[in-house]
Design a protein around this ligand. Structure first.
Ligand SMILES: Cc1cc2nc3c(=O)[nH]c(=O)nc-3n(C[C@H](O)[C@H](O)[C@H](O)COP(=O)(O)O)c2cc1C
Length: 494
C-alpha cells in the first residue's frame, strides 16, 4: 500500500516527528511504501479561493508552489496520515494551508484510508482537530478511519506510545482479493470459537503479539488446559497456527498463537532476524502470558511446534518445566537444517561468506534480507522449481498459505547464530514429560523427527500420518490428526 504522511510540525525532532517515525518504521517493515512530507519545510500558500482548479484549471491549482510536488503523491496514495502538533486547538497553520489546497483535486482517486496523529501539551485538546478530520476526511472524502493517536505531556515520545504506533504500522495488512479475512488468516474461524488479539512481553522486554482462541461455550470462570502453537520458521500466526488454534479450541483447549520477535505483528527491529535463543524464549514467554490468565490452569500448559517451531518448542521444554507436554508437527531442527550436509570445508566457506556479509551490514547500518516468496500470491508454482523449494512454494507462494508478513527466509547473517547453537542438545532432559512427534509419511523432513525421537527419552511417540507431505501438516484438516493431538494433551495435562 502507498501511504502518504503529512507532518505539520515545524520541529524536525519534535513529538509529532517521533510519532511519524515509529509508524513509518512499522509500516515499512511489512512492505508498505511510506512517503513522509514535512509540510513546514515546504513553501505552501493558503488556498486563494479563485476556483481556477474547478474551471479552466481542470483540477490543477494556479499557484506554482511546493504543493505541486504533493498533488501527484496524493493521487497515488491509498492511505493518508495527518500528523500535527495541536496549535490553538487545531492543526498547525502550515498543515491547514496544505489541507485546504487538496480542494483542487476534489477526491484523490486511490485514497481509501486515513489516520490521525496529534501531539499536544495539555490533555483533552483534540476536539477541534478531530472534528476537522472526521468531517473533511472521513465523511466528505469517504475515507475509512484506521486510527486516531493522541499524546500529551509525558506521553510524547514515550516508549509505550512509539511501540503502539509501530505496531499500528505493522498491523496494516493488505487484503488479498477473495478468500482472506480482514487480518489475512488463511482459514475461516468456526462459529463456535472466538479469537482475540493479545500483547505481552518476553524476558527481554520485547513486545509479542498473539491471538487467543477459546471455544464460545468454554466457562471462563473455571480453569482450563492451554496450548501454545508456534508457526513454521518464517511463518506467522495467521497461517498454520490459525488452523490449529481453531481446531483445538473446538476440542476444549485455550490456545495461544503468536508471531516470533522481529516477525509479523510482534515487535523489535530489525525485522526478519532469527535467533535460536529468542525464538525459544518466546515459548516460555507464551507460558508466562497463559499462566497469568485466570481461566488457565498453570499445571496444564502444553506446546505444539509446527516445522521450525517444533525445534524451538522442544528447546524451550528442555529448560522450562512449566511446559508439561510437547507435540511437534513436521518438525525441523533449524540449528541442524542451516548446516545441511556441509562438510568442514564447506562449513568454513559458508562462515567466511556470512562473516563478510556482517561487514556489509555494519557499513549499511541494516542487515541484508532477501525474501523468497512473492509479495502477492501467484496462481501456480513454476514447473522448473526443484523440490523441496517447490513444496515451500506450494504453500507460501500461492493463495493456500500466502501471507504478506511471511515472505520467507531471514536476514542473511541469522544463519550464523543458528548454526552455532544446537537447539536439541538436551532433548533427553524433557523426560519424564511426554513428547509426541507427528510426521507425514512422505515428508522430506521426516528424518528430523526420527532423529529427535531416537534422542528423546520415554515417554515418547512417533506418529506417522498416511499420505502426507511436510506442508500438509501446516493447514490440511483432513491430514493433521487433531483427535490424536487432543487425546495426547488430554491424557498428559492432568
Ligand atoms: C503556537 C503554538 C500553539 C500551541 N497550542 C496548544 C494548544 O492549544 N493546546 C495544547 O495542549 N498545546 C499547544 N501547544 C503545544 C504543542 O501542541 C505541543 O508542544 C506539541 O507536543 C508540539 O509538537 P511538536 O514537537 O511535534 O512540534 C502549542 C504550541 C505552539 C508552538
Amino acid at each position: 500500500m502507498r501511504i502518504l504522511v503529512l507532518n505539520g510540525s515545524p520541529r524536525p525532532n519534535g513529538n509529532t516527528a517521533a510519532m511519524v517515525a515509529a509508524f513509518t518504521a512499522g509500516a515499512m517493515a511489512v512492505g508498505h511504501r511510506v512517503d513522509v512530507i514535512n509540510i513546514c519545510r515546504k513553501n505552501i500558500h493558503g488556498c486563494l479561493g479563485c476556483e481556477f482548479c474547478h474551471t479552466k484549471g481542470n483540477g490543477n491549482c494556479i499557484q506554482n508552489d511546493d504543493m505541486q510536488e504533493i498533488y501527484p503523491l496524493l493521487e497515488q496514495a491509498e492511505m493518508l496520515v495527518l500528523a500535527s502538533p495541536i496549535y490553538y486547538h487545531g492543526f498547525s497553520g502550515q498543515l491547514q494551508c496544505a489541507l485546504n489546497r487538496i480542494y483542487a483535486l476534489d477526491k484523490p482517486q486511490k485514497l481509501k484510508r486515513a489516520a490521525l496523529f496529534l501531539s499536544s501539551g495539555d490533555r483533552d485538546v483534540y476536539n477541534g482537530a478531530i472534528y476537522a478530520y472526521s468531517n473533511s476526511f472521513l465523511d466528505y472524502l469517504k475515507l475509512e478511519n484506521m486510527g486516531i493517536f493522541t499524546a500529551y505531556g509525558d506521553q510524547n515520545k514515550s516508549e509505550e506510545l512509539l511501540n503502539r504506533l509501530s505496531a499500528f504500522g505493522r498491523s496494516l495488512i493488505d487484503i488479498h482479493e477473495g478468500g482472506y479475512s480482514m487480518s489475512g488468516h488463511i482459514a475461516a474461524l468456526s462459529d463456535s470459537v472466538t479469537r482475540k488479539k493479545v500483547v505481552y512481553k518476553n524476558r527481554y522486554g520485547m513486545d509479542i503479539m498473539g491471538e487467543l482462541y477459546c471455544g464460545k461455550a468454554l466457562d471462563l470462570t473455571q480453569k482450563h488446559s492451554a496450548l501454545i502453537v508456534g508457526a513454521p520458521y518464517g511463518g506467522v500466526k495467521e497461517q498454520g497456527p490459525c488452523v490449529y488454534g481453531d481446531q483445538l479450541a473446538q476440542r476444549g483447549f485455550v490456545v495461544l498463537t503468536f508471531d516470533q520477535s522481529f516477525m509479523g505483528e510482534s515487535g523489535s527491529f530489525p525485522r526478519n532476524v532469527s535467533s535460536p535463543d529468542i525464538f525459544t524464549e518466546n515459548f516460555s514467554a507464551a507460558v508466562d502470558f497463559l499462566g497469568l490468565q485466570p481461566f488457565v490452569e498453570r499445571e496444564k500448559i502444553g506446546a505444539i511446534g509446527i516445522c521450525g517451531s517444533g525445534g524451538f518448542a522442544l528447546s524451550a521444554a528442555q529448560m522450562d518445566t512449566r511446559i508439561k507436554a510437547v507435540a511437534t508437527a513436521s518438525m525441523y531442527d533449524m540449528s541442524v537444517a542451516v548446516r545441511g550436509n556441509m562438510d568442514r570445508a564447506a562449513l568454513r566457506a559458508a562462515k567466511e561468506q556470512l562473516s563478510a556479509q556482517r561487514w556489509v551490514d555494519a557499513e549499511n547500518g541494516y542487515p541484508e534480507y532477501l525474501p523468497g516468496f512473492p509479495e502477492k500470491p501467484i496462481e501456480e508454482v513454476p514447473a522448473d522449481i526443484q523440490e523441496p523449494d517447490a513444496e515451500w512454494m506450494r504453500f507460501y507462494a500461492v493463495k493456500r498459505g500466502h501471507h504478506p508478513n511471511a515472505r520467507g527466509g531471514f536476514t542473511t547473517t541469522s544463519a550464523l547464530t543458528m548454526m552455532n547453537y544446537p537447539l536439541l542438545a538436551h532433548i533427553d532432559e524433557i523426560s519424564p514429560r511426554p513428547v509426541l512427534f507427528v510426521v507425514g509419511d512422505r515428508a522430506h523432513s521426516k528424518f528430523f523427527s526420527e532423529n529427535a525421537y531416537a534422542a528423546a527419552l520415554e515417554p515418547k511417540e512417533l506418529y506417522e500420518v498416511a499420505d502426507a507431505e511436510h506442508i500438509d501438516l501446516y493447514d490440511r484438516t483432513d491430514r493433521i490428526p487433531f483427535e490424536k493431538l487432543a487425546e495426547f494433551f488430554n491424557i498428559n495435562l492432568k
